[in-house]
Design a protein around this ligand. Sequence first.
Ligand SMILES: [Zn+2]
Length: 96
Amino acid sequence: MGDSQKKCPNCGQWSSWDRNYDDRCDHCGEYLAQEEKRRETVKEEEKLRQEKDWMFRVDPTDNAWIKFWKKAGNLFYVVFMAIMSFIMWVIAALPG
Ligand SMILES: [Zn+2]
């Protein structure tokens, strides 16, 4: 049992909490850090979504040379997409 306690967001009782997002309330079994857990999940999803937007996934196991080219490729892709969306905007803004 840890020293820290947290008020359960569900039943309002104080429950022992180990600063672990997966700890549940001693009284009702609800997650104690629901809000923190949710925020953590959103952050993870956001990170994943951003990585999916990249052309190449930079793997931590890639060597420096591969990483360099993947990053260069991603940069090129971003610039290319920016130019494309600018052209699309110009076409859309043209009268006619
Ligand atoms: Zn509870």
